[in-house]
Write a protein that binds this ligand. Structure first.
Ligand SMILES: [Zn+2]
Length: 431
């Protein structure tokens, strides 16, 4: 696709440059069509080659909230499915779950993981099917901050005590090391990272928008999608030709119709069909989170921070840039490319508006020649500065509509200024 467009574009160039005069090529109309062609190239989904599946895609499945109160029947079925296809899965286990709702901050009743559930885990872990990860200690929301979190906002000692207790419990019961931490609600703070580092955790799996710091040995393996958009993520990974792409699928018992008739969107049979389909794909590697560093070379905090900054940049641009950009944990090289495309867009839009404004305003020469009309760009510049400052100081995050308005203003200012200048030259020539 990309090559075909490029070839077509080269043909146009040769035709204009060699068969006609070069001057003819630099008319505003041709310039504008060039800008449009460039725009066409920068649309993220155009320009990527059709994949012949040379890319290796790595997928990890993460099932959260295995606890004394979770649905054992369903969990046994999940283990059976992964066992049938001989592929691993990571279970986020809550050692001492709060007996009421997770969001119940007052409840002080907890239920420790029972022998029966421990044995299920132990067996699946020995067979190499289930990786056991620590998913908080009680999963109860804390009172310190006003968000869903078990750890964020707690002091060092309290976080250390909870995480150590949870890790010790699982390691003693299961008889193997626990190296992955999955924070409840994917929420944690810098203290959590410090504690994880000290307790020799190797992996943290949260979402894509968390904190990171680079002076620890922790590896970041955030979840990127859920079962309902897993196929989209696979398609995108194939299009992206990113050999270091990682997809982490997070799911809960409530996603299954059998466990929750209202919230569930998939039956266990449909889930088995998806796993069966994935296991047949030659370009897909299925791993547990603890195996991720054997397959993906870079799981550093800088990759994590880069994925977050691409995600934020995508939200500063129109929605089509946002298209699934966060359903894959991309390599840094891929992110640099995508961010370059986004920055080009940020520059091209004002250029295009400048060109249109110039073409229109130059046709209205008599109006532009007017002294007061020359003040329009300065007037618009003041509006731009006030608008930008107002947004900068009042909003945490400047969204794409505000950026679009600023791009529009910059384009109009430049377009009119070019017309005024061109008109001045023309008048000077006449005299
Ligand atoms: Zn959870």
């Amino acid at each position: 696709m990309e090559r075909r467009i490029l070839h077509f574009y080269q043909q146009i160039l040769t035709k204009y440059l060699f068969k006609r005069k070069i001057k003819a090529f630099i008319t505003p109309i041709n310039f504008m069509s060039s800008v449009f062609l460039c725009m066409f190239f920068i649309f993220p989904e155009v320009g990527y080659c059709d994949s012949d599946y040379k890319t290796k895609i790595t997928i990890a499945f993460r099932y959260d909230d295995y606890s004394a109160v979770s649905d054992t029947k369903l969990e046994k079925q999940i283990i059976e499915i992964f066992s049938d296809f001989n592929i691993p899965i990571t279970f986020g286990v809550i050692p001492n779950v709060v007996s009421s709702m997770y969001s119940d901050t007052i409840s002080n009743e907890f239920i420790i993981l029972k022998r029966r559930k421990i044995n299920i885990l132990k067996k699946a872990s020995r067979e190499g099917i289930v990786e056991i990860a620590l998913h908080g200690y009680t999963h109860r929301q804390n009172l310190k901050v006003n968000i869903y979190t078990e750890f964020s906002g707690l002091d060092y000692n309290e976080q250390y005590r909870k995480i150590k207790q949870g890790k010790n419990f699982l390691e003693n019961e299961i008889g193997s090391k626990v190296t992955t931490f999955i924070p409840p609600w994917n929420s944690y703070d810098s203290i959590t990272l410090q504690v994880l580092n000290e307790l020799n955790f190797q992996f943290i799996s949260s979402d894509i928008i968390g904190q990171s710091y680079n002076n620890s040995g922790l590896m970041y393996v955030p979840f990127t999608c859920e079962v309902n958009n897993l196929k989209d993520a696979i398609m995108l990974a194939r299009e992206n030709l990113d050999n270091s792409a990682l997809i982490v699928v997070m799911f809960h018992q409530d996603n299954f119709i059998e466990a929750n008739k209202n919230k569930g969107y998939i039956s266990i049979t449909e889930f088995a069909e998806i796993i069966s389909w994935i296991s047949q794909q030659k370009d897909i590697n299925i791993i547990s989170i603890a195996e991720s560093n054997n397959h993906i070379s870079d799981l550093s905090s800088s990759r994590y921070a880069n994925n977050l900054s691409r995600f934020q940049l995508a939200y500063r641009l129109p929605p089509f840039f946002r298209y699934k950009s966060n359903i894959i944990y991309s390599s840094q090289a891929r992110i640099y490319k995508q961010k370059t495309v986004m920055y080009i867009y940020l520059i091209l839009i004002p250029l295009l508006i400048a060109l249109i404004t110039h073409l229109v305003s130059f046709r209205m020469r008599s109006f532009i020649a007017h002294k007061k009309a020359k003040l329009i760009p300065y007037f618009l510049l003041i509006i731009l500065i006030f608008f930008g400052a107002a947004y900068y100081f009042t909003v945490d995050f400047i969204g794409y509509m505000a950026i679009l308005i600023m791009q529009l203003l910059v384009g109009i200012i430049f377009g009119i200024m070019v017309s005024v200048r061109r008109l001045k030259k023309r008048i000077a020539l006449l005299h």
